[in-house]
Ligand binder design. Structure first.
Ligand SMILES: NC(=O)c1ccc[n+]([C@@H]2O[C@H](COP(=O)([O-])OP(=O)(O)OC[C@H]3O[C@@H](n4cnc5c(N)ncnc54)[C@H](O)[C@@H]3O)[C@@H](O)[C@H]2O)c1
Length: 495
C-alpha cells in the first residue's frame, strides 16, 4: 500500500512526488526514522504517529501549512492550501462525527454555489448598462429623482420600475410629490422595448430608472449610501406561471436570491426603510375554499412561481423577526390594464384577435371554465400606495433589531371573478372582432382553475376598495393598446 504525497512549491530540491508507506506499514524504527528524515528534508512533518493502524490513512504535510489547520475537530479552515486542508479534513472525517458532518456541509455548499452560478448565467441578458461607479452625472440623476416635493413626502426605491405595476406605482408616487427612484434589469422575458417605453414615460415625469439587478449588492449599497430611502416598493420579480417550466433558474434568481440581497441591503441601511413587496394570489395554489383569505393555508403551490412567492413570504418573516424590518406583502390577483404585460391572457388574446389568429382557451376539470379575479391596475396602485402610507417604521439599526416591527400580508383582488370566456366576450365587443377559439383541457403547467380574493382585511386596514369592473378596465386597456401599437395605420409593429 502506497500513498502519493504532493510536495509544495517551496520543496524544489525534492522530487515532485514521493511515495510514503502508511505509518503502520513502517514496522521497524529504522524505517520510521528514514521516513521522518525524508519528510524533514522536504519541509514536511509526519503526522502518522498520532493515530492507530486502521483508523485513518496517514499523510505528511509542510510545516508551513500547519497553522491552517483547525485545533477543534470539525472547524476546518480552508483559506489557502486546498490540498493539504482537504487531506486534514479527510483525516478528521474518519475520526469524528462532527467533522464528518462539516465535510458534507462543505460539499453541499460547494454544490449549491455551483448550482447558483449555473442559474445566474442561464438567466436573461440585460441591455445597454450605464456604469454607475464614480459617475457624478449618474449620482446626480439618482439624487434628483429622489427629491421630495411635498411635506412629509416619502423617498421610495421602486424595484421593477420598468415593469407593468412598477411603472404605474412610480408615476403615481412622483405625481403626488414623493421622491422616487426606479431600478430594473430590463430583462427580455417579454419585449424589452415595452420596458424602455415605460422608462421613457417615467423619465419624462422626473423618475430616473437605474439599470441594474437587485442581486447586485454593491449597486444597492451605493444607492442606499446616496439616498436615505424611507420606503422600498419591491416589485421586481420573474413573473408568469408557465415560463417556470422553461427557465426555473430565473425564478430562483429574482424571486428568492434577489429578495434576500434586497432585504440584506435594507437591513444594513441607516435608516432602515419600510418595505412593501408583491407576493401573489398564486400562493393559494390548489386551495378550494373561496374566497381566498389571508388566514388560509398556503402550502400547496401549483407552480414554481408560486413556490418562490411563498418562499419570499417566509423569508420576509425571518427578516422582520431578526432585524426589525417593517414588511408588508401584497398578494395581487391578475392585475390588468394599460401598459400591461404581453404574456398575460387578456393582452395576448387582444393581439391575436386583432391579427385574426386563433386563441387557446383552457378549461378546468369536467369542462369547467377557468375564472380569474381580474383586478384593474389603478385599484392595485391605490392598494400599494395605501400600504406605503400605513407602513410603520422599521425598528432596527446597524443591522440589529431594536423592537418589534410591523409584518402584514394583504390580498389585493377585485372580489368579482370572471370566467375566461366572458373576458374574451368583453374583448370581442371592444375590438369589434369575433375571436377564433380553440378550447382545450388545461395542461398541468402551473395554472389554477380559479382565483377569488377576500379583501376584508385590506378594506379595514388600507381602506382598499376596488372600483373598476372588467368591462370598464378592458375598455381602457384596448384604447391604450390601439394607440400604443398604432393599430389604425399598422405603421408600428405589434408586440
Ligand atoms: N401582474 C400580475 O397580475 C401579478 C399578479 C401577482 C403578482 N404579481 C407580482 O407583481 C410584481 C410586478 O409584476 P408585473 O406584472 O409588473 O411584472 P413585470 O414583469 O412587468 O415587472 C417586473 C419587472 O421586474 C424586472 N426584474 C425582474 N427581475 C429583476 C431583477 N433580478 N433585478 C431587477 N429587475 C428585475 C423586470 O425587468 C420587470 O420590468 C411582481 O413581483 C409579480 O410577481 C403580478
Amino acid at each position: 500500500m502506497h500513498e502519493h504525497v504532493l510536495i509544495s512549491d517551496s520543496n524544489k530540491n525534492l522530487e515532485d512526488r514521493i511515495k510514503v508507506h502508511h505509518w503502520w506499514h513502517l514496522k521497524t524504527a529504522k524505517e520510521r526514522l528514514k521516513f521522518k528524515a525524508l519528510c524533514k528534508r522536504g519541509g514536511l512533518m509526519a503526522v502518522g504517529s498520532i493515530s492507530k493502524p486502521g483508523q485513518y490513512p496517514h499523510t505528511a504535510m509542510p510545516l508551513s501549512v500547519q497553522d491552517n489547520f483547525p485545533s477543534t475537530p470539525g472547524k476546518a479552515k480552508l483559506e489557502r492550501n486546498g490540498y493539504f486542508s482537504f487531506s486534514r479534513i479527510s483525516g478528521r472525517w474518519h475520526s469524528s462525527t462532527s467533522a464528518k458532518f462539516s465535510f458534507w456541509v462543505i460539499v453541499l455548499i460547494f454544490l449549491l454555489a455551483c448550482a447558483a452560478f449555473q442559474l445566474k448565467f442561464s438567466g436573461f441578458h440585460t441591455i445597454g448598462k450605464v456604469s454607475w461607479l464614480n459617475n457624478p452625472a449618474w449620482e446626480k440623476n439618482v439624487q434628483h429623482s429622489c427629491h421630495v416635493k411635498r411635506d412629509e413626502g416619502l423617498v421610495v426605491l421602486v424595484t421593477g420600475a420598468a415593469g407593468f405595476v412598477g411603472s404605474h406605482v412610480s408615476l403615481h408616487l412622483k405625481k403626488r410629490g414623493d421622491g422616487v427612484l426606479g431600478i430594473d434589469n430590463f430583462n427580455s422575458y417579454y419585449d424589452p422595448s415595452l420596458k424602455t417605453a415605460r422608462r421613457a414615460l417615467l423619465e419624462k415625469h422626473g423618475v430616473f430608472v437605474v439599470e441594474g439587478d437587485i442581486n447586485d449588492a454593491a449597486l444597492l449599497q451605493t444607492l442606499f449610501n446616496l439616498v436615505p430611502f424611507t420606503h422600498v416598493m419591491h416589485l421586481a420579480a420573474q413573473a408568469g406561471v408557465r415560463y417556470a417550466m422553461e427557465n426555473p433558474g430565473s425564478y430562483v434568481h429574482s424571486n428568492v436570491a434577489g429578495l434576500v440581497v434586497l432585504f440584506e441591503a435594507c437591513k444594513n441601511a441607516n435608516p432602515q426603510p419600510a418595505i412593501v413587496w408583491a407576493s401573489s394570489s398564486s400562493v393559494y395554489g390548489l386551495n378550494r375554499k373561496v374566497p381566498f383569505s389571508e388566514f388560509d393555508r398556503t402550502d400547496k403551490p401549483a407552480s414554481l412561481y408560486a413556490a418562490t412567492k411563498k418562499a419570499g413570504e417566509v423569508v420576509a418573516h425571518t427578516y422582520n423577526h431578526i432585524y426589525g424590518l417593517s414588511i408588508t406583502g401584497l398578494r395581487f390577483f391578475t392585475v390588468y390594464g394599460p401598459w400591461g404585460r404581453p404574456d398575460m391572457a387578456y393582452f395576448s388574446f387582444t393581439k391575436a384577435i386583432l391579427e385574426g389568429n386563433t386563441i387557446t382557451v383552457y378549461q378546468g376539470p369536467n369542462g369547467a371554465d377557468l375564472a380569474r379575479d381580474f383586478t384593474y391596475i389603478d385599484d392595485v396602485v391605490k392598494g400599494c400606495v395605501a400600504s406605503l402610507d400605513t407602513a410603520q417604521k422599521s425598528t432596527g439599526s446597524g443591522g440589529k433589531k431594536k423592537g418589534i416591527a410591523q409584518l402584514r400580508i394583504f390580498n389585493l383582488g377585485n372580489t368579482k371573478p370572471v370566467t375566461v370566456p366572458d373576458m374574451v366576450k368583453i374583448l370581442e365587443k371592444n375590438l369589434k372582432t369575433k375571436a377564433h377559439m380553440n378550447i382545450v383541457s388545461m395542461p398541468r403547467n402551473g395554472d389554477v382553475p380559479f382565483t377569488h380574493a377576500n379583501i376584508t382585511r385590506a378594506l379595514q386596514e388600507l381602506s382598499y376598495n376596488p372600483s373598476t369592473d372588467l368591462e370598464t378596465g378592458l375598455k381602457k386597456f384596448v384604447h391604450w393598446y390601439r394607440s400604443y401599437y398604432d393599430y389604425s395605420d399598422q405603421s408600428r409593429s405589434t408586440p
